[in-house]
Unconditional design. Structure first.
Length: 271
């Protein structure tokens, strides 16, 4: 078993890492055949597999895994190669890592693979991770839930995927909700979407501020939030929110099987 550790500075990278991260397949193959340790790490615990995953180098990822690279190795920040593949937006890399047993919900105290995809707006990665059972309420002490991360980044496609999958719209990070983030990025469409899924416009963060308090008076986001503060949701909308909340992550599956008119199914599915 390889136990060699590379002890350079953070900026130092060994030959195996350089070949893997730059997609030099033939060079990487030769290094491996010559006995290079595929689990060599830098001082910040980054492995060649991390490097290849972060750059979306699928063929290099395959070579490293075939040679015994640790699929769930963690770097100094706790990130796994799967986290890096999600950050890169490489569906191919994600699939290869999952096929080799990568944990989609690694027991980390940092951002999960789903967080990484949401923070960079990689909606197709988000879709794939959700289909494979990624935890929607995984919590990071800095970013909150994946929904917080997607809203903070103003990635509305990722937000819609998370909400439709059953993510809790009012999950709080130090009492700060996704709606607070939507107000901060001044996105009216995002605000409306969160409210339609049951976002609480009256929620207050640790500073005692509501989402509207993070908008400029008279701006479209401010007017939108003021409208929702002063105008209750219709009974129809409230029934949709209640039903979706009750069904949780099974909502889309259950709703699609109901013997009701297609128009109502579309409404309940937020189509």
């Amino acid at each position: 078993m390889c136990i060699h550790f590379y002890t350079g500075f953070w900026v130092d990278r060994n030959a195996l890492y350089e070949a893997a991260s730059h997609g030099h397949v033939l060079e990487l193959k030769q290094l491996i055949e010559n006995g290079a340790c595929v689990n060599v790490v830098t001082a910040d615990s980054i492995t060649p597999l991390h490097g290849a995953s972060l750059k979306g180098q699928t063929e290099c990822v395959k070579l490293l895994l075939a040679a015994g690279a640790q699929v769930d190795a963690r770097d100094i920040d706790g990130s796994t190669p799967l986290c890096d593949a999600c950050a890169s937006g490489s569906i191919e890399c994600i699939n290869v890592l999952l096929e080799h047993g990568a944990q989609i919900n690694p027991p980390l105290y940092t951002a999960s693979p789903l967080h990484e995809a949401c923070m960079r707006g990689n909606s197709e990665c988000v879709r794939l991770l959700i289909s494979q059972g990624a935890l929607l309420e995984a919590h990071d002490c800095h970013f909150g839930t994946p929904l917080h991360a997607a809203c903070a980044g103003n990635y509305i496609k990722c937000v819609k995927l998370l909400l439709n999958a059953g993510a809790k719209v009012n999950a709080a990070k130090l009492h700060e909700t996704a709606l607070h983030h939507a107000a901060k990025v001044n996105n009216v469409d995002l605000i409306e979407m969160l409210v339609e899924f049951g976002g609480n416009v009256y929620a207050r963060d640790t500073r005692g501020k509501k989402p509207i308090d993070y908008t400029r008076a008279g701006s479209p986001p401010s007017l939108c939030l003021h409208f929702y503060e002063t105008t209750p949701l219709s009974l129809q909308q409230q029934c949709r929110v209640f039903l979706r909340k009750a069904l949780g992550t099974r909502a889309l599956e259950v709703v699609s099987k109901l013997h009701i008119p297609p128009g109502i199914i579309n409404y309940l599915s937020y189509q």
